[in-house]
Design a protein around this ligand. Structure first.
Ligand code: PEP
Ligand code: MN
Length: 346
């Protein structure tokens, strides 16, 4: 529900309206404009339907949000969300998040080598998994907290914000101590306890689309995080299951403009997990930017044949550098910018 207040409603009256809504057991999100104030009201459907909101003095109009996702919807917020991710990096509103790094953190030296190369190429966020969701329990599961320490050190050293996956609500506090951005992986997109838990934190969340999730499912998962009070959700298309096994997954690029119509949240594209093929990643990265994506997430490794996870899909540093050159040119055509992560390696 969106409540539009009468023009120039005084601030004590706005406070009164908000207090009344809270008394009804509903939650509010107030956006005070120069002339008009708009209040988003969230709560149980039945309570909302029956609440006499229009009767409160100062209320001009009560507009229902028809979509099942509310806080994530364009109706709730017309303008694109823009988030500050740290180190001078923003995403949304024309700024592209270029996330790059290895699938898994394998050691400090190798991460520093990869991170230095991707940063020099123009990446502005460093990725690396310390807790890996592997299909087999016998595969490398990640370095855990030791990996988080390495990621933090390398990120600090290069002045790059870092993103790493959280797989379990019990890991949130620990990972919160090391990361700048939480990643929720495809396999956990509907782990609602985990979504609620990161919704209680102040960190941006990179929410990957589940491999068989529809656009509404993705936005409902974002809603869980937003409903907890955390507004900084970045969506990520990473491919969905299909019958064609010539690529790892099927990259659904149409979801980018589709989401843009439905939601104000930024959406980025991960062609690495979507295609699983380094030969397809450059074309799909460029297509993602052309489709209006707010960033691209790419796995890079300096020696893919020795990588402990997802080696076959990793780009080599020089391939990433060449691709970034092309992305920069294309981004310019679309009036997009790639903010530089502040600072240089000493
Ligand atoms: C990853 O980013 O390394 C990863 C496991 O991604 P996804 O959850 O999209 O499979
Ligand atoms: Mn991976």
């Amino acid at each position: 529900m969106i409540i539009v207040l009468k023009p120039n409603t005084p601030s004590d009256q706005i406070d009164h309206i908000v207090a009344r809504i809270h008394e009804l057991g509903l939650r509010t999100d107030v956006s005070r404009g120069v002339k008009r104030t708009i209040i988003g009201v969230i709560g149980e459907e039945d309570v909302l339907r029956n609440a006499p909101l229009r009767a409160i003095p100062g209320v001009e109009e009560v507009v229902p949000i028809l979509k099942p996702f509310k806080l994530a919807s364009r109706e709730f917020q017309a303008e694109d969300s823009v988030f500050d991710l740290g180190c001078g990096v923003t995403v949304g509103g024309g700024a592209l998040a270029m996330i790059a790094g290895p699938c898994a953190i394998e050691g400090e030296e190798i991460l520093l080598e990869i991170a230095t190369s991707v940063k020099a190429a123009g990446a502005n966020i460093l990725r690396g998994g310390a807790y890996k969701p592997r299909t087999s329990p016998y595969s490398f599961q990640g370095l855990g907290e030791d990996g988080l320490k390495i990621l933090r050190n390398v990120g600090d050293h290069l002045h790059m914000p870092v993103v790493t996956e959280v797989m379990d609500p019990r890991q949130v506090d620990l990972i919160d101590r090391y990361t700048d951005i939480f990643q929720i992986g495809a396999r956990n997109m509907q782990n609602f306890n985990l979504l609620s838990e990161v919704g209680q934190t102040k960190r941006p969340v990179l929410l990957k689309r589940g491999m068989s999730a529809g656009v509404t499912d993705l936005l409902m998962s974002a809603e869980y995080i937003l409903a907890g009070g955390n507004k900084r959700v970045i969506l990520c298309e990473r491919g969905i299951r299909s019958f064609d096994n010539s690529t790892r997954n099927l990259l659904d690029l149409a979801i980018v403009p589709n989401v843009k119509g439905l939601s104000h949240l930024p959406i980025i594209v991960d062609p690495s997990h979507a295609t699983g093929r380094p030969d397809l990643i450059p074309a799909m990265s460029l297509a993602a930017v052309a489709a209006g994506a707010d960033g691209v997430h790419i796995e890079v490794h300096s020696c893919p044949e020795k990588a402990m996870s997802d080696g076959p899909q990793a780009l080599l540093p020089h391939q990433y550098r060449e691709l970034m050159q092309q992305i920069r040119e294309l981004a310019g055509l679309f009036h997009k910018t790639i903010p530089a992560a502040r600072g240089v390696a000493p």
